[in-house]
Design a protein around this ligand. Structure first.
Ligand SMILES: Cc1cc2nc3c(=O)[nH]c(=O)nc-3n(C[C@H](O)[C@H](O)[C@H](O)COP(=O)(O)OP(=O)(O)OC[C@H]3O[C@@H](n4cnc5c(N)ncnc54)[C@H](O)[C@@H]3O)c2cc1C
Length: 228
């Protein structure tokens, strides 16, 4: 049963409430946007996150509004967006983007036990830098106290995915304008060693994997419909 809070209205055929579809997008993302209301004022804050297949973790210093306001039970809306392509139609009206996106609504909860916080921090680290957790100094108890970790369930979530070429009005296919898809994706460049590191130290192999992990699909397949 899909809750009304996450039911997609426009192009519902490209929506999915399937946990696997939601998870595949949350696993591929790097940044989420967290929406919440503080004393009547809505805020949307970009932040790193972790996803362990079940819940989203975010972290920050206690002084930031994001962390300060999101006490136990505070309602939030978290979004993750992967832009896969610019869809150029013959008409400006039918221009669109190919994308994979997720909207999660639910209550945030602050983790207090050290073991729980470490699990959340590891999820955040693994999200973008798999392998790094085992190749860096772990947080000290003092650092752990200075870091708040929040968890948000993903049980109430929707995914929306657009793929494929533009869909113009039938009479516009006779127009001369170029039409098609410009693939977009996030790519990692070559690692730049810290100048304070001894020279000649090779980059760890997991940095190569980061490049593959954050790259989205380059070319989207045909789709019978479109959206904007
Ligand atoms: C890619 C990315 C990853 C990040 N990862 C983390 C993370 O893991 N943990 C974390 O705590 N923070 C992260 N941040 C920073 C985060 O967006 C906030 O800046 C942070 O939560 C602290 O905000 P603050 O205390 O300065 O301000 P707040 O008290 O949160 O906000 C005060 C005001 O500052 C402005 N502001 C705050 N943040 C931004 C921003 N990012 N861009 C523009 N204006 C802003 C807004 O106007 C806001 O109303 C990340 C930001 C980006 C872009």
């Amino acid at each position: 049963m899909v809750s009304d809070r996450v039911r997609v209205q426009r192009y519902p055929d490209r929506a999915s409430y399937d946990a696997a579809a939601v998870a595949s997008i949350l696993r591929a993302g790097v940044v989420c946007h967290v929406g919440f209301v503080d004393r009547g004022q809505p805020f949307v804050i970009p932040t790193a996150y972790g996803f362990d297949g079940r819940v989203i973790y975010i972290h920050g210093i206690p002084a930031s509004r994001l962390v300060r306001v999101l006490r136990d039970g505070r309602q939030v809306c978290v979004t993750v967006t992967l832009v896969d392509g610019l869809v150029l139609a013959r008409s400006l009206f039918n221009h669109a983007m190919n994308y994979r996106s997720v909207v999660v609504v639910g209550a945030a909860r602050r983790l207090v036990e050290h073991a729980d916080k470490l699990r959340g921090l590891r999820a955040v680290s693994d999200q973008t830098m798999p392998g790094r957790w085992d190749d860096a100094r772990l947080p000290t108890p003092k650092e752990l106290r200075q870091t708040h970790v929040l968890v948000i369930s993903t049980t109430e979530a929707s995914a929306k995915i657009r793929t494929g070429p533009p869909l113009d009005d039938e009479e516009d296919y006779a127009l001369v304008h170029w039409a098609g898809v410009v693939p977009l994706g996030l790519t990692a460049g070559l690692p730049i060693p810290d100048p304070r590191m001894p020279t000649g130290r090779p980059a760890p192999p997991y940095l190569d994997r980061v490049r593959d992990l954050i790259a989205g699909p380059r070319v989207t397949g045909a789709s019978p419909d479109s959206s904007r």
